[in-house]
Design a binder for this molecule. Sequence first.
Ligand code: SDX
Length: 430
Amino acid sequence: MTAKPAHLNFGETNVELPVIDAAIGPSVVDIGKLYAKTGLFTYDPGFTSTAACESAITYIDGDQGVLLYRGYPIEQLAEHGDFLETCYLLLNGKLPTVAEKEDFVGRVTHHTMIHEQMSRFFQGFRRDAHPMAVMVGCVGALSAFYHDSLDIEDPYQRMVASIRMIAKMPTIAAHAYKYTIGQPFIYPTNSLDYTTNFLKMCFAVPCEEYKPNPVLSRALDRIFILHADHEQNASTSTVRLAGSSGANPFACIAAGIACLWGPAHGGANEAALKMLEEIGTVDRIPHFIAKAKDKNDPFRLMGFGHRVYKNYDPRAKIMQKTCHEVLKELGIKDDPLLDVAMELERIALSDPYFIEKKLYPNIDFYSGITLKALGFPTSMFTVLFALARTVGWIAQWAEMIQDPAQKIGRPRQIYTGPTQRDYVPITARR
Ligand code: SDX
């Protein structure tokens, strides 16, 4: 059904703007001709009301707390699926058959090694380098090694680059971790599943047999599913914008990693755990709640709030359940950080300030506690987010490349600087 157009009255001008209905969710007003018809730009810093693209990959209903990957609810995928199946779904738009899944898993498994010369890259970093700095450098450098999958116009090369990134991110992430702790790199083990292989590359040492823990592998695999994609978030939009210039896929993913690093985005899981550690005990929570409310205090409750979710982040509920599973499996009875987190959540959810501003825990609130329990240092939390989100970035990048409407992203501005003026010789300046 064609939606009724919108009308904009501006001075003597009345402009009719087409409205396009979505499959689900808000319709959009197509303003592509607005400037030509009115001489006006739209103004929407942070894109709070602006759709930058058409996408069929992920849908979020922020008011209802709904998250769908290609139409499947995140709760069902997290419960019944696994991460590589979710990767196939995001990339191909359908759940794989048995044969399709075996083929996909086989291809990913046989791309997990990185070029041996890449291993020397890590030596160039200081041991105390943040692993996200290593990830940005090494993932961007993949384009220096894989010249046979840089032609973005070739569907086969796009597929190969996609498989390579999904396959190699765990290896690069594990190497980044091992390098910071001075332990030898562990090569991938193709007989292990994707997430168990990653845990082994992180925590195995050459002098002992590694004993996988299926409960922990399953928990981390579910965490990867929760982080796989999330519509047009800041880092995905960065990947799309980089890709719109024709940059190679490895460079685009490196740009996404750089954006994800920020504490307002993917860096929030690291910041949330540091905040819980700073609060330390339940009795100090009121002091931090007051800081969060104080307009003059830049402090924010990390792990709370979301641009889209104005209800509970559905991922946070699953994250909380996974957190309890991991702590139980590891025999961690009374984690003081969990006590602080649970009490902070209880207080925040009953406080009028947070209720009025619709500030609920997001995915980053419980992930820090879980990842710490799994043995990861806080500096690795955003690396794990980047590992999981790589498939979402790639799926969105590939969708953009194939979108006939796509063109190089080039936003306009409202200029508020000086009007034109003439150059003044330095001797005449005051
Ligand atoms: C992720 O976009 C995605 O999908 C991202 C993500 C993904 O999967 O890709 O979901 C992952 O990034 C989750 C969000 C992780 N970030 C954090 O947990 C950091 C803490 N949260 C905030 O920085 C903030 O909530 C944002 C950045 C997440 C959202 O900010 P918005 O939408 O720009 O909202 P805002 O900053 O305009 O805040 C609205 C109001 C403000 O008060 P007023 O100016 O209206 O008086 O709410 C207040 C803010 O001061 N507020 C908070 C708060 N978050 C917002 N007050 C205290 N603590 C907070 N956490």
